[in-house]
Design a protein around this ligand. Sequence first.
Ligand SMILES: [Zn+2]
Length: 90
Amino acid sequence: MNSTSQYQLVPCRVDEPEHEPYADAFDRYLIERGYARDTVRAYVGYASHFLRWTQRDGLDLLGIDEAVVTQFLVDHLPHCDCGWPTRGDQ
Ligand SMILES: [Zn+2]
């Protein structure tokens, strides 16, 4: 059995319909590499949160670099007000 026939999407939270193709591709990438379903769900959720934040702040996805990711992790996450569940909500 190859990895494609084993592939099943993990239901994840993706609020924006335009994000679904990216979430599905990321989901497939993680599953094909053997990540557990809960881990896939969490990672796709984090990526979706990141995408929502970039859109809300009007960031150009082509300009995403380590500094932008650091800004998300250090500045946004501790003070997230976009309604996304954070680690502190668990
Ligand atoms: Zn947020």
